[in-house]
Design a binder for this molecule. Structure first.
Ligand SMILES: NC(=O)N[C@@H](CC(=O)O)C(=O)O
Length: 452
């Protein structure tokens, strides 16, 4: 029988995970009941009295439920590309139990009303906990500070603020935002892109852009903003988060800032851990993304930065787009790639299977640290917590020995713009539990599993 198969029918709120390896450690039996981890005991010592569904966990790694700091769910406004329901179902399939929903929707998530709407629809869908990100500026206009406080104090309890897709390029506005969020322990997540240095840019500026004749986007456009922002964060004593860092120079800057004691965190995407700008040679817009794919030396630097803790988290930047927006010539195509259903596999492939990280490290960069940055690591719905008795049962079971070929049209996201289509990747999410309720079993979303 395949690992992860459910062998006994029982109620849907009690699960016995038999023989799972928490973070690759000693195999144990784990009983989930009442939304929490009720018992953990040596393998083979817990038995279902018939009222729990038994999951065969042989060969599976048990991780705390994954937390994404950077997801584009597109609702409201672009439900043709993704809805909160489809995007969160895809997230559960990818092993996530919480996602931070980016603010560049239509209307923009820049008021308490819009963030509460997104939060509420996410809760009704029930696949993962949706934590809305609030815009820094009104309508992402880069000029007027949005009502950060009212979003923070709304039912959505916003803690992460970002104009992602656009840079908060005005230094005085960035300073004000950094100062303002301190009042509610928030963080500004900056999309580091100096707009004047990237006008018309289509891909990384370098040898490949020169050869194929696409307008280049220099590394310095990212690095100049990061350098400025870490100094601003230091000056006002606030928390800064750097979105989708992509260059070797950016890693150096964050390393320097951390060495100085500046309160900065940074994320890297799965695609920047694996893909390079060489892929642009075919002019296939699947590989068009913001920030752009960089060079092999940059890929090496971000892997090293992730392994040594300079980069704190892996965040997907899941950016679904319709066929109309992607299946066209390069210059006309939208920037962005899907990523929720491949993130864990790409991290296993680039970091675990290469010996650079352990599963304990994976839990840190894909669960506990993103939960801490988003301030969702405490309270009854805590994410990213260790798998201990009494903790919320937010759990992802992974089969690291599985190998699969990515077929974008078979994924659960409503869009097919994965850059990994046709690639063989290791690892398979076998089951996901959100507060003890299975959202994914036997590798498939549980029908009705989203509805609470
Ligand atoms: N990452 C992307 O390439 N696209 C993002 C926004 C952005 O960061 O540009 C999107 O919303 O599509």
């Amino acid at each position: 029988m395949e690992a992860g198969a459910v062998t006994t029918a029982g109620t849907t709120d009690r699960y016995l995970l038999r023989g799972v390896a928490p973070l690759g450690g000693e195999r144990v039996d784990m009983l989930l009941a009442g939304g929490v981890i009720e018992r953990i005991a040596p393998e083979g010592t817990l038995w279902s009295d018939g009222d729990a569904q038994v999951v065969d966990g042989a060969g599976l790694v048990a991780l705390p439920g994954l937390v994404d700091l950077h997801t584009h769910l597109r609702e409201p406004g672009r439900e043709d590309a993704e809805t909160i329901r489809s995007g969160t179902r895809a997230a559960a399939a990818g092993g996530f139990t919480a996602v931070h929903a980016m603010a560049n929707t239509t209307p923009v998530q820049d008021t308490a009303g819009v963030v509460e709407q997104v939060w509420r629809i996410g809760a009704e869908a029930g696949w993962v906990d949706v934590r809305p990100v609030g815009a820094v500026t009104v309508g992402l206009d880069g000029e007027h500070l949005a009502e950060l406080g009212s979003m923070a104090h709304s039912a959505a309890r916003v803690r992460v603020f970002s104009d992602d897709g656009r840079c908060v390029s005005d230094p005085i506005l960035m300073r004000r935002a950094l100062e303002y969020v301190k009042a509610f322990d928030g963080v500004v997540a900056q999309h580091a892109q100096e707009p004047r240095l990237t006008e018309g840019a289509q891909m990384n500026e370098g040898v490949v852009s020169a050869e194929i004749g696409l307008a280049g986007w220099p590394a310095v456009a990212e690095e100049a903003i990061i350098a400025r922002d870490v100094l601003l964060a230091e000056h006002v004593g606030s928390r800064l988060h750097v979105c989708h860092l992509s260059t070797a120079g950016s890693v150096d800057l964050v390393r320097w800032a951390k060495g100085r004691g500046i309160d900065v965190t940074a994320e890297v995407t799965p695609h920047h851990l694996l893909l390079t700008d060489d892929l642009a040679r075919g002019y296939d817009p699947r590989y068009k993304v913001n920030p752009p794919l960089r060079t092999a030396a940059d890929v090496e630097a971000v892997r090293e930065g992730l392994a040594d803790g300079t980069i704190d988290v892996v965040a997907t930047d899941h950016a679904p787009h319709t066929r109309e927006d992607k299946d066209c010539e390069w210059a006309a195509a939208a920037f962005g790639m899907t990523g929720l259903e491949t993130a864990l596999s790409v991290v296993q492939h680039t970091m675990v299977d290469t010996g650079r990280m352990t599963w304990v490290d994976v839990a840190r960069v894909l669960s506990s640290t993103p939960a801490r940055i988003g301030r969702i690591d405490t309270g009854p719905h805590a994410h990213g917590r260790p798998l201990d008795v009494g903790e919320p049962a937010n759990i992802t079971l992974v089969d690291p020995s599985a190998v699969r070929t990515v077929v974008p049209t078979e994924q659960h996201t409503a869009s097919a713009n994965s850059p990994f289509g046709g690639r063989e990747l290791p690892g398979r999410v076998v089951a996901t539990f959100l507060r003890g309720r299975a959202t994914v079993l036997d590798g498939a979303p549980v029908d009705g599993g989203g509805a609470s």
